[in-house]
Write a protein that binds this ligand. Structure first.
Ligand code: GLN
Length: 435
């Protein structure tokens, strides 16, 4: 930890609190919408799920304009600052029990995350010149994300359900405010990153020209985004189908206490905190290419669903399934996530053409956004086809996609001519001396 730049910890805490507010809101949004008490809207489950899918999808899809705005006009740092302001306003408006303000708040949050999320990741990438260090930096950053999510799912859910939904929403707002304060205060440690617009200020209207290698790199990223879409479509069953499965068909009793179905989701963040370092150390000792790691991540999420198939078979046999199936599935999903998500962030910040890093980050997050929407649709299919077929289908699609990517990983890696980037003087160093 000591040999990481101080700026990493500013970005770590900013993103930790931003995720705290997002996952906290997400944890109670559906419950609030269907609730008939404490100011809930009393919607049907289907209506609530549709809004949830649209909201969580749009949050990430908005990363495309967020990334483009950073690339063309604001630069990452100012974009994060603006995103943070929108988020503070949005989360506090959520705390006011008024329906019009509720929709405005959701729009502000969608816009705010679109501005903040891809660009803060770009800034983390800029802190490093060496790829191994950058990978490690992103793992640490990813732990911050999950620490935020873990704390939120435990605290905001509890406050919202016990004392009232709007108290939960305002707790999310205070979290975001803390994140913004950290970011503003920490500017002194971020002078050299997030300004990448400066370099191009001399030729502001010039069109971005890509070299043939750059074009190939963009193409490879495009292919990877497809696998990433498959990964998240499987993974995001967590808040939908897997939670419903836990609720309806799983014997959740542990030492006489019935574990609430929603709490299963904190297994993911908890496993990340436990295994993040172990997975990082595992990869640090090997020379596996990032593309192979992402392929392995996609295979792992597929294998995770083998346990859900086991659960569904057990249920067909004896009427319910045991808790350990879900725990094992979440464990493998988390290991897969650790192979794909921080690795992708780090890889994009390395190989995307410098003028397009923000846009590529945006494209990456939007792939995950579309996956959120797709995940909801796949989950709904279980009503017709049954859980067993859906889980089995996800095994097949994820393992196949991962295996094909693994097969071509060497070829794709070659196409990117990645080694050149390790040898070259990184732009972030060049820009640091200019600014
Ligand atoms: N859990 C991660 C985060 O919140 C991944 C999100 C994503 O890529 N869709 O940042």
């Amino acid at each position: 930890m000591k040999n990481h730049p101080k700026g990493l910890f500013i970005l770590f805490f900013t993103e930790m609190w931003e995720r705290f507010s997002y996952y906290g809101l997400r944890a109670i949004l559906v419950l609030f919408l269907v609730s008939k008490v404490k100011g809930g809207y009393g919607w049907t489950e289907a209506e609530a799920l549709s809004l949830l899918g649209l909201f969580t999808g749009m949050v990430y899809i908005m990363s495309i304009p967020g990334g483009i705005i950073a690339d063309r006009w604001l630069g990452p740092k100012k974009s994060v600052m603006l995103g943070g302001i929108l988020l503070c306003i949005g989360h506090f408006l959520m705390a006011v029990p008024d329906k019009t303000l509720f929709y405005i708040a959701l729009c502000l949050i969608v816009a705010g995350i679109g501005m903040l999320k891809p660009n803060i990741s770009t800034m983390v990438g800029e802190l490093y010149t060496e790829q191994k260090k950058r990978d490690a930096g992103f793992i640490i950053f990813y732990m911050g994300i999950n620490l935020g999510s873990f704390l939120a799912t435990l605290s905001i859910g509890f406050v919202g359900e016990t004392y009232g939904w709007h108290y939960g929403f305002s707790l999310a707002g205070f979290g975001m405010l803390l994140g913004q304060i950290v970011f503003v205060w920490g500017q002194r440690y971020l002078r050299e990153v997030g300004n990448n617009l400066k370099k191009r200020a001399s030729a502001p209207k010039q069109k971005v020209k890509l070299s043939p290698t750059d074009r190939k790199r963009v193409l490879v990223l495009g292919i990877l985004f497809f696998a990433i879409f498959v990964f998240w479509t499987s993974f995001e069953q967590a808040s939908g189908l897997m939670t419903l499965y836990a609720k309806k068909y799983t014997n959740r009793e542990v030492f006489g206490w019935v574990v609430p179905a929603s709490m299963f989701q904190s297994l993911n963040a908890g496993f990340i905190l436990i295994f993040g370092g172990i997975v990082a150390a595992f990869w640090a000792a090997r020379k596996t290419s990032p593309i192979s790691k992402m392929a392995i991540g996609t295979i792992l999420v597929g294998i995770g669903f083998v346990f859900m198939v086991g659960a569904a078979i057990e249920r067909a046999d004896v009427g319910q399934s045991a808790i350990y199936w879900l725990v094992l599935a979440y464990w493998l999903h988390t290991l897969g996530e650790l192979c794909i998500s921080p690795v992708a962030l780090s890889y994009i910040s390395k190989i995307a053409p410098k003028a397009l890093v923000g846009s590529m980050m945006g494209a990456y997050f939007s792939a995950t956004g579309f996956a959120n929407i797709a995940a909801a649709e796949v989950g709904k299919l279980a009503g017709k086809l049954g859980e067993l077929s859906i889980f089995a289908g996800l095994v097949v699609i994820s393992v196949l996609t991962g295996a094909i990517l693994l097969l071509f990983s060497r070829k794709l890696t070659k196409m990117t001519q990645e080694d050149e980037l390790d040898a070259a003087v990184p732009d972030s160093v060049a820009s640091a001396s200019v600014s």
